[in-house]
Design a protein around this ligand. Structure first.
Ligand SMILES: Nc1ncnc2c1ncn2[C@@H]1O[C@H](COP(=O)(O)OP(=O)(O)OP(=O)(O)O)[C@@H](O)[C@H]1O
Length: 975
């Protein structure tokens, strides 16, 4: 026979014999485990590979000959179940609260709980201990991004899995975790081969009995996708995307959903789908924020910062986002991992735009140290490092960077890193005056990128630079070809900042072709976008290029402008790259430059404004800003303003001067439902109104494109779910608060004790009041008692009441707050401050509704619903012996957490408007909050939560007279 015999049942033979059968079904026929079949199918050289022997080999031979094998008896250890001791019910009960914390991304609490369970000695079986270790590894990998610590914890349990000592249902999770660790961006652990092995071993064991099987499957898909990322394999990534989405369908665990959302967002970024990636990262940041998942929120924010820079937003905006990510992640106990690099990249980029070179260098050095420590590819910060070296004229270092990248032999993104090396090398050639060699280098880089079949963003940027190099080398037709290709890629991966770079190179090309007027137009448009983007080095370089074109065109003030622009570059600390490009050809037709400050009207005047407004990849706020700037340039001194109109025709000022009355208005829409109007203080020149109308319409189209491409910054308003209960004074705009409100309504008929936790000022008492108002007790008393505000010796009497004479100073009877709340609700604020000696009495009251007033001989029955609140970690107080465990459990009947305000930013605007209306003195009109004020409020981190927000608004309104629109300059966020 047989091929199979000849090969002694090699992997091919086994696969052929198995045919369409699943591994599990095939294994059943032979009486072996699916894992054994999997090992048979591994390549001979794989360390896990096994060959069938003895009775199983006999059975296979029979099968190969078309017979029916007689089943060998199962291995003894499986039959008895002794070696693979199952996790007991008690052990599962001990682990269940830890898993609940993992699902909620409660990392610190989960870590504490898992360590406590492990230390308690309650986990007797190897399986249970392995499950606890997987939990801890999960905390370190996905909570704190500490891959190595996670790996150290998992390692002994991998050995147990290899020895067949773990129950299958546990082993699945050990392999899923292992697959994720081998797929992580750690140069010393990363091993796609091992990822595959662990995925296959887990798959073979996955079955209906596995605890959290859907989550395990999703975890495996995430591992495969991450491995594909770090290998830099675009096709594999696309294929995995569908599998992740499919696996996600059965997953309810919120943390796992966030992890999957993260890989899907990265996928979009990797494929150059900027707007989709922006949307996904924004959603990720919001979702993670809602779950209190700091590391993932930081990731989303860091990425958004990068995208904002791409959209040509002010660098300060990006810095704010990065700072927030830093606050969330690395001021705490997160390890400096991949997310840190993400943030460093955006921060360095923003600082370079502000020409803050020393700070940018410090950030890059810090980031490179992290890359080095983990053995990652230097590629992650290479583009920013190259830009820094280029702008500061450190060409020898640039050459060294190129060599380091080209010689990279590590496992991560190897081809991508080397291609980047080739690009940097071409860049050095260019600045050193070898334009032709540089042009070839850029073309070479693209060929490599195409070979790798991916990285459209690197290819786009490389093509843009090639236009410049070809122009400098005098290869004008080739430059035009590169220009066309670059434009096409810009359509695919839009970026306003990159468009501005292309416009500058195009300007240089047009100048070389002798078309100096068109050159000037492109350069002016480029300059406008760089100015809008707050990119001081690029704006200065573009001004120099404009001066060069002016000189070639023989403009009288050209020399002076050139000197001025070079001075500007020096002032910024930029070493202007030597200009090796041959002088532009003399202009074909000598056009008169725009000269005398008189408005240039007519069709020609529209060219540059059109270029500026047509830049792809700008977010909606930037387009609005650009429209106003265009109008300022076109009609000097007319104070343009932009307003948004609501359905009643009421206008909100978006941009421009408040005190310049406009006489000419043009209304337009963004084609997506928003109405805007732009106004100027006339009189306008003869064709001015026609120009105003054209530009407004064009801005409308640009806004539409931005919205359709997902660049609009405005968040869709969050609506209350249908049928949501009305609670006056309780503001809820975020999904987290809507959910909380619905839960409150669900408890209206219950008498159960509720404990509300949350940071100080987050609104715990507001929640307690809302619960009372929504309950059947709404008409009965609501009594609040602050446990922190009563002296210890008076506590018991205040709470339970006393009879006259019960103690010195008790001159009259006192019912106590519990009895005062009879029939209604008692709110016990700061329950963590309850003295230890009073705790048993409160417990007794909670158990049987009895209070024992001081000096009374008989208890009194009371019907009160108790809502307790604390900003402290009661579990911790229990561990410290400051809070009784029995009372703790009695209070935990219905726990509710009010998230801090920074985790539900949608509430900020709603609360701010509520407080403005509420706190404006009677008889005065409450001011509107201007968009920049709202932006500042949303950006603040609110350590004092809602209370702080209320104070800010109160303070801002205190200094009269009240304006009609309250702008950011009037807000007193910092006191
Ligand atoms: N959802 C909300 N709607 C309206 N106002 C709110 C909301 N949440 C909080 N506030 C306001 O914020 C302030 C602080 O709220 P509250 O006193 O309930 O916080 P807390 O968490 O109980 O604070 P502490 O921990 O200090 O006791 C109050 O002025 C309250 O009215």
């Amino acid at each position: 026979m047989s091929r199979t015999e000849a090969e002694g049942f090699g992997p091919e033979a086994i696969r052929a014999l198995r045919g369409e059968l699943s591994r599990a079904a095939f294994a059943r026929r032979l009486g072996v485990t699916p894992l054994t079949v999997y090992r048979w199918e591994l390549p001979q050289a794989a360390p896990q590979a096994r060959r069938p022997r003895g009775r199983v080999a006999e059975a296979l031979r029979l099968l190969a000959e078309g017979g029916q094998p007689t089943l060998p008896p199962p291995p003894a250890r499986l039959a008895t179940g002794l070696a693979r001791q199952e996790v007991s019910r008690e052990e599962r009960a001990l682990l269940a609260p830890c898993h609940a914390l993992l699902r909620r991304a409660g990392w610190r609490a989960a870590e504490d709980a898992l360590l406590a369970v492990l230390a308690s000695g309650g986990l007797r079986s190897v399986g249970a201990r392995a499950l606890a270790a997987v939990g801890l590894a999960y905390v370190y990998r996905w909570g704190f991004e500490d891959v190595r610590r996670a790996f150290t914890l998992l390692l002994p349990h991998l050995a147990e899995a290899d020895a067949g000592r773990l129950p299958g249902a546990v082993e699945v999770h050990v392999h899923a975790m292992a697959a994720n660790l081998f797929a992580s961006p750690d140069g010393r652990l990363f091993d796609p081969g091992k990822v595959n092995v662990h995925v296959a071993r887990a798959e073979a064991l996955l079955g209906p009995n596995v605890f959290a099987a859907a989550e395990a499957r999703c975890h495996l898909r995430i591992a495969e996708m991450s491995a594909a990322f770090y290998m830099g394999a675009p096709e594999l990534i696309s294929r995995q995307k569908g599998r992740v989405q499919e696996a996600l369908a059965g997953v309810s665990d919120p943390t796992m959903r966030v992890l999957a959302a993260d890989v899907l967002a990265h996928e979009a970024a990797f494929q150059g789908e900027g707007s989709l990636a922006t949307r996904r990262f924004r959603e990720l940041a919001q979702q993670a924020g809602r779950e209190g998942y700091a590391f993932m929120e930081a990731r989303g924010l860091a990425f958004l910062a990068q995208r904002r820079l791409d959209e040509a937003a002010e660098p300060d905006e990006a810095l704010t986002l990065v700072r927030r990510a830093r606050e969330l992640a690395w001021d705490g106990r997160l390890a400096r991992g991949f997310t840190f690099i993400f943030a460093a990249r955006a921060e360095a980029d923003a600082l370079l735009r502000l020409a803050r070179f020393a700070e940018a260098e410090a950030v890059l050095n810090e980031g490179d140290a992290v890359l080095e420590e983990h053995g990652w590819t230097p590629q992650h910060l290479a583009v920013q490092r190259a830009r820094f070296l280029y702008l500061t004229g450190r060409y020898a270092d640039l050459r060294r960077l190129a060599a380091r990248l080209s010689g990279y032999a590590g496992p991560h993104l190897q081809a991508h890193t080397r291609a980047t090396g080739c690009w940097v090398e071409a860049l050095v050639d260019w600045v050193e005056g070898h334009a032709q060699r540089a042009a070839e280098g850029f073309a070479n880089t693209q060929a490599r990128i195409l070979e790798g079949n991916g990285w459209p963003i690197l290819r786009r940027d490389c093509l843009i630079t090639e236009v410049g190099a070809r122009t400098a080398a005098g290869q004008l037709p080739e430059a035009r070809t590169a220009l066309r290709r670059a434009r096409a890629l810009l359509e695919q991966c839009p970026s306003a900042w990159s468009t501005a770079r292309l416009l500058r190179h195009e300007g240089a090309l047009l100048a070389r072709e002798g078309r100096s007027r068109e050159a000037r137009e492109k350069l002016e448009a480029s300059l406008a976008t760089f100015t809008l983007a707050g990119d001081r080095p690029e704006a200065a370089l573009t001004r120099r290029r404009l001066a060069q074109v002016a000189r070639a065109g023989g403009e009288p003030d050209a020399e002076a402008r050139l000197v001025q622009s070079e001075e500007e570059l020096r002032r910024l600390g930029i070493t202007p790259p030597p200009d090796f490009s041959p002088e532009p050809l003399p202009a074909r037709e000598l056009e008169a430059p725009a000269s005398d400050g008189a408005p240039r009207l007519g069709a020609e005047a529209l060219v540059v404004p059109f270029e500026r407004l047509a830049v792809r990849g700008m977010g909606a706020p930037l387009i609005q800003r650009e429209l106003v700037r265009v109008l300022e340039g076109l009609f000097p001194g007319v104070g343009p303003r932009l307003e948004e109109l609501d359905s009643q025709g009421r206008a909100t000022l978006l941009l421009g001067e408040d005190d310049v009355p406009a006489s000419e208005w043009v209304e337009f829409g963004d084609e997506c439902g928003r109405r805007l109007r732009v106004g100027v203080a006339g009189p306008l020149p003869a064709d001015g109104r026609a120009l105003l109308t054209s530009l407004a319409r064009l801005a409308g189209f640009a806004l539409e494109v931005a919205v359709l491409r997902g660049f609009a910054h405005a968040e869709p308003p969050v609506r209350e779910p249908e049928g949501a209960p009305e609670v006056p004074g309780f503001i809820a705009a975020s999904p987290a608060m809507h959910k909380l409100k619905a839960e409150l309504a669900g408890l209206s008929g219950s008498r159960a004790t509720v404990i509300v936790t949350g940071e100080s000022g987050s609104g715990k008492e507001v929640v307690a009041r809302a619960l009372h108002r929504l309950s059947a007790r709404a008409e009965r008393p609501y009594v609040a008692f602050n446990c922190a505000a009563v002296p210890r010796e008076l506590f018991e009497g205040q709470l339970f009441g006393y009879r006259r004479g019960a103690y010195t100073g008790a001159a009259t009877d006192h019912p106590g707050v519990i009895r005062a709340a009879h029939g209604g609700t008692l709110f016990l604020d700061e329950i963590g401050e309850l003295p230890l000696e009073v705790q048993p009495k409160l417990l007794r009251f909670l158990e049987n509704g009895e209070v024992f007033p001081l000096g009374e001989t008989r208890p009194a029955q009371v019907d009160v619903r108790v809502i307790a609140a604390t900003h402290r970690d009661l579990g911790q107080l229990v561990r410290e012996g400051r809070f009784r465990e029995d009372l703790y459990y009695r209070l935990q009947v219905v726990p509710m957490r009010v998230p801090p305000l920074r985790e539900r930013r949608e509430d900020v605007v709603a609360l701010a408007r509520h407080f403005v209306n509420h706190l404006t003195p009677e008889g005065q009109e409450p001011p509107q909050l201007a968009p920049d004020a709202l932006a500042a409020l949303v950006a603040h981190s609110w350590p004092g939560n809602v209370r702080e927000l209320r104070n800010v608004i109160e303070r801002s309104l205190a200094f009269g007279p009240l304006p009609a629109v309250l702008g950011a300059d009037r807000l007193r966020i910092r006191g």
